[in-house]
Design a protein around this ligand. Sequence first.
Ligand SMILES: Nc1ncnc2c1ncn2[C@@H]1O[C@H](COP(=O)(O)OP(=O)(O)OP(=O)(O)O)[C@@H](O)[C@H]1O
Ligand SMILES: [Mg+2]
Length: 260
Amino acid sequence: MSSTSGRRQAGLSVRDAGKAYGEVEALRDCSFDVAPGTIVSIVGPSGCGKTTLLWSMAGLHRLTAGEIALDGKPITGPHPDIGLVFQEANLLPWRNLAANIRFPFEIKRRKPEQDWIDHLLDRVDLRGFEKHMPRQLSGGMQQRASIVRALSLRPGVLLMDEPFGALDAFTREEMNRLVEEIWLETRTTIVFITHSIEEAIFLSDRVIVLTPRPGRVLSDYRVDLPRPRTIETMASREVFDLMNAIKADIYGLQTRKAAE
Ligand SMILES: Nc1ncnc2c1ncn2[C@@H]1O[C@H](COP(=O)(O)OP(=O)(O)OP(=O)(O)O)[C@@H](O)[C@H]1O
Ligand SMILES: [Mg+2]
C-alpha cells in the first residue's frame, strides 16, 4: 500500500464559540478556521481555554455558545474522523505496544490496517518494540506510540494538546521534526496546543494567540517558512520577529491586566 493512499484532510471552523463552567467563563466569541491539510497552533496564557477549545473540537465538551464544524457539519460528539493526542501518552499499562495500537480498532470493531501501522511504527522508529509493555518504553517512545495510535485510524484532523510538554527539550525538538516529517507525508490537518512559542512557529502554517480567559482570538500569524524547517530557518530574522510579536501579545496583555 502506498503510504499516501487514502489521504484524508478535513477542515474545521470555530464560530463564536463560548464555554462556561458555571461561573467560570473559559471561552467567549472565539472564531477561526483551520484549512484542510494545514498545521495551526494555538498559544495563550495558562487557563485561557485552550484545552477547553480542543476538547470541544473533539466533541468531548459541549459548547455553551456558538458552533464548531468539521467540513461544514457541526460536531456534536466524538467523531471517527478526529484523532487526539494528549500530554500524557495514556497507553494502557497492561497491554503491549501493538495491543495498545490495536485497542481503538477493537472498540470501533474495525480491522487494523497492519501495513499502515507498520509504516508508521517505522517512521517513528518503534519497529521491534511491538511486544514491549508501556513501562519498558521511555516517555518519548510512549508519546510516539500514542501518535501512531492516533494516526493509524487515518483521522481527517489530528488534535494535539501539549503533546510534548512533559518531555525534555532535546526529545521535544526531535518530536517536532518527527511531526513535521509525518505531516509532509500525510498532510493531515493538525491543531496543536503548546506553551512553547518556538515549537508553535517551527510546526505551523499559522499561530493563533488567545486572550486570557475568557479566551478569544487575539492575533493570528501566518508562518510562511519553507519546509522542512531547519536550524537555520529557526535562527532567521523572520522567526525572531515573529517570536517577539507573539511574546508581546501574550505578555503585553498580562502586564496590562496586572496593572489594572
Ligand atoms: N471541567 C471543568 N470544570 C470547571 N472548570 C473548568 C473545567 N475545565 C477547565 N475549567 C476552567 O476553565 C478555564 C480554562 O481551562 P483550560 O484547561 O481550557 O485552560 P488552558 O488554556 O488549557 O490552560 P493550560 O495552559 O494551563 O493548560 C480555567 O479557568 C479552568 O479552571
Ligand atoms: Mg490546557
